[in-house]
Design a protein around this ligand. Structure first.
Ligand code: C2G
Length: 143
């Protein structure tokens, strides 16, 4: 059983996200997604439209995803690889060469896949000319 791990915010889940998840899963048998918490997003300088719980639920609904765990900080990655017995970490090509992932090459395979052109969460927001949500982080009602 080849175990794959990828990281991301995955806000406003879109085709580019689905494509990286599809291709990551195709490299193995079990795909773990570490999704950035709202607190870690703040560290990354990102403010997601959907909060962590909503982004986690949406990822859990994707057929390629087997497990969703929180990404709380930059430092947890080596521990994640060890704890979840990961064979390969997969990221989009915009992360190629980043020390947070290059350092993982000591303990697992690291694969960068081409980003899907023409789509991003920022582009969606700009195209829809979204105003800042009044009530802060939006979420799916827990009904
Ligand atoms: N991605 C992609 N094509 C796009 C958009 C995103 O392949 N058009 C990939 C990114 O390269 C990344 C993943 O989808 O591998 C998630 O992208 P984001 O949600 O933007 O995540 P990011 O902010 O890059 O956070 O510790 C790493 C960070 O958590 C990654």
């Amino acid at each position: 059983m080849k175990r794959i791990l990828t990281y991301g915010t995955f806000d406003l889940l879109h085709y580019g996200h689905i494509e990286i998840l599809r291709r990551a899963k195709a490299l193995g048998d079990y795909l773990i997604v570490a999704v950035s918490t709202d607190e870690f997003n703040a560290i990354k300088g990102k403010k997601a439209y959907h909060n962590y719980e909503t982004r986690k639920k949406m990822l859990e609904a994707v057929r390629y995803v087997d497990l969703v765990i929180p990404e709380n900080n930059w430092e947890q990655k080596k521990n994640d690889v060890t704890e979840y017995k990961v064979d390969t970490v997969v990221m989009g090509s915009d992360w190629e060469g980043n020390k947070n992932f290059e350092s993982l090459k000591e303990i697992c395979e690291v694969v960068y896949l081409p980003r899907t052109e023409g789509i991003s969460t920022t582009k969606i927001k700009n195209d829809l000319n979204l105003q800042e949500p009044i009530n802060g982080l939006n979420q799916i009602p827990n009904n």
